[in-house]
Design a protein around this ligand. Structure first.
Ligand SMILES: NC(=O)c1ccc[n+]([C@@H]2O[C@H](COP(=O)([O-])OP(=O)(O)OC[C@H]3O[C@@H](n4cnc5c(N)ncnc54)[C@H](OP(=O)(O)O)[C@@H]3O)[C@@H](O)[C@H]2O)c1
Length: 192
């Protein structure tokens, strides 16, 4: 069985988006990665795409992708599970398969794991979704793409008292062009 990986881009001061949900340049590294074999950003992206068997995201992240037609030409040809309280009337454009899950993170993960088989389940954000998975102890690893930008304000990922705290172990660091890719494994027990 694959792992459950939380994968997100984050600014140096801990934001995953600006105050009005603007991306603030956090995804620039992703969209400018080249086919040059020496481009480590591209290697990180290819690894993620090839290891992913299902993706989980929150409704706000889905809505934003839909709003900007971000699911047309989606590189992730895998089922996408969207946490929501209410299924949308119409589904985002493109050929991505969406499953809308209204009964919480455990059920979303259960369905995603079944769909993923031996591959990984990627938790793709946003903050609320990531925080719920983390506090429920459902994440095996976190991959953060640390972008050297100070946004100053916005949506934080880790400023969340319920973490209480969580212990992590750094397992990999890759220096990309204008981004550092860091992987952490969650420790099995909470520290007090
Ligand atoms: N930097 C990155 O890598 C990255 C990645 C992804 C997203 N983002 C950014 O993150 C921001 C969105 O994050 P967010 O924290 O505001 O929202 P989010 O986690 O994407 O979505 C939250 C919404 O999902 C639904 N939801 C979440 N948990 C649920 C549950 N247990 N049961 C039922 N519904 C549930 C609710 O929507 P409803 O009540 O409306 O159904 C909730 O308001 C956006 O700005 C996005 O661009 C950044």
């Amino acid at each position: 069985m694959g792992k459950t990986l939380l994968d997100m881009s984050i600014s140096l001061d801990g934001y995953i988006a600006g105050p009005n949900h603007e991306d603030g340049g956090l995804h620039h590294w992703y969209f400018t990665a080249s086919n040059n074999p020496a481009d480590l950003n591209q290697k990180v992206i290819e690894e993620l795409i090839s290891s992913a068997g299902a993706l989980v995201m929150g409704r706000r992240t889905y809505n934003m992708g839909d709003q900007y037609d971000g699911f047309i030409n989606n590189s992730y040809k895998i089922p996408h599970f969207v946490l929501t309280n209410q299924r949308p009337q119409r589904v985002a454009k493109g050929d991505t398969q969406f499953v809308f899950v209204t009964d919480g993170v455990h059920h979303a993960l259960q369905q995603a794991k079944t769909a993923a088989g031996e591959k990984d389940v990627i938790i793709g954000g946003g903050a609320s979704t990531a925080q719920q998975f983390l506090t429920s102890g459902l994440v095996d690893e976190i991959q953060l793409h640390l972008v050297p930008i100070l946004l100053g304000q916005g949506i934080t990922l880790f400023d969340y008292p319920e973490f209480n705290p969580l212990q992590l172990q750094r397992v990999r660091v890759i220096e990309g062009e204008n981004v550092t890719h860091m992987t952490f494994r969650m420790a099995k027990r909470r520290i007090s």
